[in-house]
Design a protein around this ligand. Structure first.
Ligand SMILES: Cc1ncc(COP(=O)(O)O)c(C=O)c1O
Length: 462
């Protein structure tokens, strides 16, 4: 009886019903304190226009990429598909708080309830929808950990498009079950670098045992899409329109925190290209830009420390220099991160919108070693029960670090983080961690300056 009463006073889950699904995406671009730098054509050095991007993306997404509208309506077909798993739950992590003995309150938004298991379908269904509407019949993409490839093959299957996935070779080998899932939804999948494209063949000729990287897989998918009329390219992160589609996460979380009678002092997400972080954080950053005090923390791996040690520069989004030049924090486009288990965080760049927010001091970043991250993941699994994706475990680790320092200072904080996916396909990583076989890799200074040589001679942002 006592326990039931205590639980009712302090619930564990904060749920919205389908009628409360956000009807609009939030566009942070018009609220940014400084104007974004343009994306440049590498040949001319001039800003790219819609015609440059038309071979790769549908016009509606190109429009969203440069939109200054504060909000964009979500199409009905996308809302219908969202309703398969959205709104997602927000949890109060009572048991985690007890397990680590913190005085802070910890909340998390759980995106692992989507059919593919992460936040990625929030943009996959939107991208598939616009491509279908504008007559494309096939999409080509890359995937790191396999979450994005699963999300796009799921979306293509439900919307009725063909899909080709170039999966970073190291993840292709580490995660055979992700491959099966991608195939079950009907997509074709190959390890990258592959023999299917010129970019892949060139890399294999130089390094036959290349573990691959997102930068390489992007080159392959872009080349595939650029070479076929029926095919568009689809990216799972980094671009403005991708981050835009993810803002359903933060909008729901704002309403759910209100249900909990709380507001976060600290908002945390892990960052690969930046889409789940932006999805949660941007609606809260709107409040911060309007004057509310919130500490916004981006968490990344020490093996690929783009925001904490990279430079803000113009760089290519891919290894073979097929994309436009993007103003972002980068480690250099030919950087191949060590094969850590958070495959989705192994990318040399970060979304320009997030890079700019870091540069403007609205977002801060920290980098963590993978054994520390897995230690936090196991504490989380042992208290909250959910086995997190290694990527998402970076946000858990960030939240626990913040709680620990608040305890040391005698403060009580309200912490909200994004649990971007479950780790049911990452069991080999857990096996390695539990057997003490995970190596801690922090990026070596020499390799970093070698990789940054690749951006010498490219234009500098203002
Ligand atoms: C579960 C999960 N979280 C986070 C990420 C990182 O991507 P992003 O920074 O775009 O959210 C990935 C990428 O594959 C992922 O699978």
């Amino acid at each position: 009886m006592e326990q039931t009463r205590a639980r009712a006073e302090s619930p564990t889950k904060f749920l919205l019903d389908e009628t409360q699904l956000p009807r609009r995406w939030y566009n942070i671009a018009p609220d940014l304190p400084s104007a974004p730098q343009p994306v440049l054509h590498p040949g001319t050095g001039e800003p790219v226009g819609p015609d440059d991007l038309a071979p790769l993306f549908p016009m509606e997404l190109i429009g969203q990429e440069v939109s200054q509208e504060p909000e964009i309506a979500i199409p009905d077909e996308v809302l219908d598909l969202y309703s398969l798993w959205r709104p997602t739950p927000l949890y109060r992590a009572h048991r985690l708080e007890q397990a680590v003995g913190t005085r802070s309150r910890i909340f998390y938004k759980y995106e692992g309830v989507s059919p593919p298991g992460s936040h990625k379908p929030n943009t996959a269904v939107a991208q598939a929808h616009y491509n279908k509407k504008e007559g494309r019949t096939r999409l080509a993409t890359e995937t790191g950990a396999g979450q994005w490839g699963s999300a796009l093959s799921f979306a293509c299957r439900l919307i009725g498009l063909e899909c080709k996935v170039y999966m970073v070779r190291i993840s292709y080998e580490q995660k055979p079950a992700r491959r099966s899932m991608i195939k079950a939804w009907g997509a074709e999948i190959v390890p990258s670098p592959s023999e299917n494209t010129e970019s892949g063949r060139a890399i294999l000729a130089e390094q036959p045992d290349s573990p691959g990287s997102l930068g390489i897989a992007i080159s392959e998918a872009v080349e595939d899409a650029a070479g076929r009329e029926d095919t568009a390219y689809s990216l799972g992160s980094v671009l403005n329109h991708v981050l835009l589609h993810q803002t359903v996460i933060g909008q729901e979380a704002l309403a759910q925190m209100e249900l909990a009678g709380a507001f976060p002092d600290v908002v945390i997400g892990c960052v690969g290209g930046g889409s789940n972080f932006a999805g949660l954080a941007f609606p809260f950053l709107r409040e911060k830009i309007a004057g509310r005090e919130i500490d916004v923390l981006a968490c990344e791996p020490a093996a690929c420390p783009t925001l904490t040690r990279g430079v803000f520069a113009y760089d290519f989004g891919d290894t073979s220099k097929l994309t436009p030049l993007v103003p972002m924090h980068t480690l250099g486009h030919d950087f191949v991160p060590a094969p850590i288990h958070a495959g989705g965080l192994r990318y040399h760049g970060v979304a320009p919108l997030i890079s700019q927010l870091v540069r403007d001091g609205l977002v801060r970043a920290e980098a963590y070693l993978q054994n520390d991250v897995f230690a936090s993941a196991v504490v989380f699994a042992g208290s909250e029960g959910i086995l997190p994706a290694p990527e998402a475990a970076h946000a858990i680790h960030g939240a626990l670090q913040v709680a620990r320092s608040a305890d040391d200072e005698g403060r009580e904080r309200t912490i909200l983080f994004n649990l971007s996916g479950h780790g049911h396909f990452d069991l080999a990583a857990y096996d390695n961690y539990l057997a003490g076989k995970l190596e801690d890799v922090a990026l070596d200074e020499r390799e970093m300056s070698r990789a940054l040589d690749a951006i010498e001679g490219l234009p500098s942002p203002a």
